[in-house]
Write a protein that binds this ligand. Structure first.
Ligand SMILES: Cc1cc2nc3c(=O)[nH]c(=O)nc-3n(C[C@H](O)[C@H](O)[C@H](O)COP(=O)(O)OP(=O)(O)OC[C@H]3O[C@@H](n4cnc5c(N)ncnc54)[C@H](O)[C@@H]3O)c2cc1C
Ligand code: FES
Length: 240
């Protein structure tokens, strides 16, 4: 996968540590995929994996949270500047229809904007409920309302308390590992453990399957999150 130097159209603070960046990049990215992004030559060495928030085929956008050196550099980039993108990488959420819940925690909401839009476009008859959990401030809720049938927001509590897994044919989740584990347990107790798909955010180095840094233990052996994932059946990861 070649690294492409891309022009930044916009890079705006959404709220607090959260930013939305849009870059020029012809692409065929699908729901749940990610790019390895860098905006430096040598330091901090590795590119950073960030999910595709949205795409129109000509541009790609990313919702990211500043947590360290790499994302701090991203936050300082200006429209007209450049970033280097490698991707789209990884697998996608499964192309399913019916009654679907998507549960995102914090910046784990990022992949569900495109995922909800893509599934709604493919299966207009499906019903998509988005559950968005935030620790202190809700983000982009009006945008997410345009992508899904219903949006449920929790601020400061546990978004996993808001969902009844028995109501859904399929459930997708992304966010802190503890949140996804709690959701898996809740699904399992409701007899819905097989209906859950999780998007893992393990730390990465190469992003293309060459180094094992992102290795994840599953019921089918160790898997590479960058190449075999990031999306896995929840039971494979949390049902061990
Ligand atoms: C497939 C995938 C998709 C992702 N999508 C997004 C996204 O859409 N938006 C977004 O903001 N972030 C996303 N991330 C996480 C993002 O890659 C990290 O936050 C980023 O690499 C941190 O880089 P940094 O240099 O700013 O922080 P570092 O200096 O590298 O780390 C700062 C702190 O963040 C922690 N950290 C770093 N990486 C991760 C990680 N992967 N998971 C949990 N904690 C981490 C470190 O332990 C440390 O405490 C994704 C990760 C993966 C693997
Ligand atoms: S990050 Fe190197 S194998 Fe996944």
């Amino acid at each position: 996968m070649p690294r492409v130097c891309s022009k930044i159209f916009s890079n705006e603070q959404v709220s607090g540590d959260f930013y939305l960046m849009k870059a020029e990049c012809p692409n065929d990215a699908r729901m749940g995929q990610f790019y390895m992004i860098r905006a430096w030559e040598t330091y901090p060495v590795l590119s950073r994996p960030v999910s595709v928030f949205d795409t129109d085929g000509k541009t790609v956008s990313f919702l990211y949270k500043v947590v360290g050196k790499g994302t701090e550099i991203f936050a300082g980039l200006k429209a007209g500047g450049e970033i280097t993108l490698e991707g789209p990488l990884g697998n996608t959420f499964p192309d399913l229809s019916g009654k679907i819940a998507m549960v995102g925690g914090g910046v784990g909401i990022a992949p569900f904007y495109l995922t909800a839009r893509e599934l709604k476009a493919r299966h207009p008859e499906s019903r998509i409920d988005l559950y968005l959990g935030f620790s202190d401030q809700a983000l982009l809720v009006d945008d997410y309302r345009k992508a899904a049938d219903n949006v449920i927001v929790d601020v400061g509590g546990f978004i996993t308390d808001s969902i009844d897994p028995a109501l859904y044919e399929h459930i997708f989740t992304c966010g802190p590992e503890i949140m996804m584990r709690v959701l898996y347990e809740k699904c399992r107790r409701a007899g819905a453990g097989d209906r859950l798909y999780v998007s893992m955010e393990n730390r990465m180095a190469c992003g293309v399957g060459a180094c094992f840094v992102c290795s994840c233990k599953t019921s089918k052996g160790n898997k590479k999150v960058c190449k075999d994932g990031p999306v896995f059946p929840g039971k494979e990861v949390f049902g061990l």
